[in-house]
Design a protein around this ligand. Structure first.
Ligand SMILES: CC(C)(COP(=O)(O)OP(=O)(O)OC[C@H]1O[C@@H](n2cnc3c(N)ncnc32)[C@H](O)[C@@H]1OP(=O)(O)O)[C@@H](O)C(=O)NCCC(=O)NCCS
Length: 153
């Protein structure tokens, strides 16, 4: 019988440690969503009628977060793409869910907050959480979303 240390060293090449967050245990993927937004399109909408764009599409926190930056278009484009990606992950779109009912937080890792019809739809589908990741450049914003429900056996 080899010494314990030697035993584990022999095993090492075959051991992969997977850190599964505790909350992820017992969860299953309900849906996926992805969306790409052109920053120039958002810049154009912002220049044309900012008040209309704000009141139709963004929560106060999203608007304030975007305006922390010299050019708010990039962050707002990311939030816009994020809303569509979340809707896709719930098998629906902007014709059924008002834009402001899906909120994407800003500052550090993003999170999804649902209101009104979006929250009702998530409840109907058994969605209890979302995982979201965002990337953007001066030209485009890309968002990927996973909706999660509790695993049913
Ligand atoms: C977070 C980071 C990877 C973003 O990469 P980037 O190439 O600069 O920018 P991207 O366009 O790809 O991504 C930006 C998005 O990343 C997301 N993001 C920010 N911080 C994040 C984090 N800690 N984890 C996951 N996503 C994060 C945000 O949604 C952000 O978009 P937003 O500003 O519109 O909210 C990079 O800025 C970084 O490494 N920062 C250091 C953060 C860090 O190490 N913090 C430690 C604190 S404990």
């Amino acid at each position: 019988m080899p010494h314990a240390k030697t035993f584990f060293r022999l095993l090492q090449p075959y051991v992969v440690v997977v850190h599964t967050p505790r909350y992820a245990l017992g969860m299953e993927i309900v849906g996926l969503g992805v969306d790409l937004a052109e920053v120039s399109r958002v810049r154009h909408l912002l220049a044309r009628d900012p008040e209309r764009f704000r009141s139709r599409c963004f929560t106060d926190d999203e608007w304030a977060y975007g305006h922390r930056f010299n050019d708010p278009s990039e962050r707002l484009a990311a939030r816009f793409a994020g809303k569509e990606a979340v809707m896709k992950s719930m098998f629906t779109g902007w014709r059924r869910i008002p834009w402001k009912d899906v909120e994407i937080t800003g500052g550090g890792p993003p999170r999804v907050k649902l209101h009104g019809k979006a929250a009702k739809r998530a409840e109907m589908l058994g969605i209890v959480d979302f995982k979201i990741t965002i990337t953007h450049t001066g030209d485009t914003a890309l968002v990927f979303v996973v909706s999660l429900g509790e695993h049913k056996t």
